[in-house]
Design a protein around this ligand. Sequence first.
Ligand code: AMP
Length: 472
Amino acid sequence: MNFKRPEEECGIFGIFNHQEASNLTYLGLYALQHRGQEACGIVSSDGGQLHAHKAMGLVADVFGDQEIFKKLPGRAAIGHVRYSTAGSSIIKNTQPIMVEYSRGAIAVAHNGNIVNAQLIRSELEAYGSIFQTSMDTEIIVHLLATAREDSLVDRITSALERVEGAYCLLFLTESRMIAVRDPYGFRPLCLGRQGGAYVVASESCALDLIEAEFIREIEPGEMVIIDKNGMTSCFPWKKIEPQPCIFEFVYFARPDSYIFGKNVYMVRKEMGRQLAREHGIDADVVIAVPDSGVPAAMGFAEEAGIPFELGLIRNHYVGRTFIEPQQSIRHFGVKIKLNPVRELLQGKRVVVIDDSIVRGTTSRKIVKMVRNAGASEVHMRISSPPTSYPCYYGIDTPNRKELISASHSIEEIRKYITADSLGYLSPEGLDMSVGAVPGSFCKACFSGEYPIKFQNMGREPQMDLFEKEYVK
Ligand code: AMP
């Protein structure tokens, strides 16, 4: 896979029993755009048939034309925003996946990553299954189609018994919407109500936009079934100790969302406070790498008693690609996104807060940028521990070779990014900020302790999933 920079994973949204189901799904996806900008799609049900519209691009672009909603009729719909964590970036890999099989039509939207996908796919192919996409999610569809059980709920139960990894799923048939959160609960998923309609979303910010009332989070290992009779719920799989992803708090989720029992902004601010306790420094101003570093920077500034300023301004209108001038401008990639406010930084001892260092390139450019703007000292503070291990549960991270902290000491990283000092939040400090009992969150990206073991660990199975397909 052509990995450039870590990117977000996916977001899912569904609504059942609303006259404007597809329109509201579009809005829900709009609120979840931060979870994936590569492609998006909606499948609706009119009670007899499923209808789909999917394309590469941002939600506003793909669904910008009102006419599209006429092609997505019905009182139920599910949607997906995608940044690929498995499977290549081509149109056939957009979601929701929609299929017709012997028992009717079904659509599925997935956020997460299935770690034994390669194995199951080879097995299914050996029995004659023909795959249409390179997505790990398609395996679920094949397992469903081949399951012997009579009811859909039982077929989903038995299909998912074979699947290991991270999955928040939304299924849609002509008459039902079913939501599932995997037993580890790696990714967030919540349930809401909008009048007579039920709503399911990756994050609560999507409920807020459509004025849906937040009911509760869908629990790890829970299946929620919504149909014309209302909502029922069951826990069909073996119970295990949940391991929600702590990186959702660090970086992924929107700060206004409520996930894993907490508001993300409050947790990030507390990370900043704790970072100041652990790595306080004499300085004149605290600035953030916007947007992700802002709440932690505010917490740091508050705790350290140093003024917080918006020393770096982000251009919010930068698309995924831009045409670089032929005559190269140094650090163009970061300059087009961020620009310093010189008047705030000149002659100042500056603390720069970011949520994480992955390969170190962003921090290095930012330190240089702040220094070139006149700062007398630049102190980098990171509101999470060193990211030393790749994620296999749905977050697109580089392989271990590219993670700077996998092979460099903190002092070596400091030198590389040319900062006067560098401090990371400790793993214990992270737990405290989240209010977590140690061991109750997945922190594999920091600790290397993976809750689910799987084959081919050394081969980066997530990034190389269905490698053959990428090459085509
Ligand atoms: P790097 O230049 O590779 O060190 O990237 C660090 C920057 O990427 C930080 O500003 C983070 O906010 C951001 N970041 C961290 N994790 C991710 C991710 N999975 N996807 C996109 N950006 C990320």
